[in-house]
Design a binder for this molecule. Sequence first.
Ligand SMILES: Nc1nc2c(ncn2[C@@H]2O[C@H](COP(=O)(O)OP(=O)(O)OP(=O)(O)O)[C@@H](O)[C@H]2O)c(=O)[nH]1
Ligand SMILES: [Mg+2]
Length: 206
Amino acid sequence: MDCHQCKSKSQSCGTQSWKLPFFRNNQPSFSKEVPASPPIALVGMPNVGKSVLFNALTGIYVTVSNYPGTTVEVSRGLMQIASQTMTVVDTPGMYSLMPITEEEKVARDLLLIEPVTAVIHVVDAKNLGRMLPLTFQLIEAGLPVVLAVNMMDEAHRWGLDVQQDALEKELGIPVVCMAAALKQGIDELKQRIMPFLPIQPAMIPA
Ligand SMILES: Nc1nc2c(ncn2[C@@H]2O[C@H](COP(=O)(O)OP(=O)(O)OP(=O)(O)O)[C@@H](O)[C@H]2O)c(=O)[nH]1
Ligand SMILES: [Mg+2]
């Protein structure tokens, strides 16, 4: 069996695997042993809907623990995407990659010190101008960013719209317009994350 982490042909490269508890019959069937691929990280300013999106993507097996050496809580959960089980991490709200608070430092460390498979930058569609500078910082840091323009329901109520294609072209990254609280755009978001996954769908035996 190939190791998903280091691509070696050996049985084990020493990377960590999660052993999951048994699930009830009516719950989606995750493989019991999850490859320790780097997580997909949800980042963004406070109050933009990261945790609502985290719950919409995961919700089956979630752990909450303090980030090592801090009192900052970090939630990790599992998401099923293209037949793969990926870890999703919900980071504390951050305004910039140059941290001021302990929460921001944890969010920065989760992105820049630990490896990530993809970074979902969640922004409030009503305040794009205020939030895009962090998108640029994430892109400049070389991170694999997908922009989730959330709260489109409220933006529409305010008479605002977002030109998804134009934004995507300008930024050069995938952009998804969504309303996480209404579970709108979740499937499209998963589709746009797929190219970043360690194993592409075509490589998974039927
Ligand atoms: N109308 C609307 N409200 C949303 C949407 N997504 C999230 N919310 C609301 O926005 C508020 C903040 O959501 P959270 O998920 O707690 O935001 P967060 O980014 O995790 O905030 P921090 O943890 O403080 O950084 C909540 O009241 C949500 O119900 C959405 O798509 N539409
Ligand atoms: Mg939150």
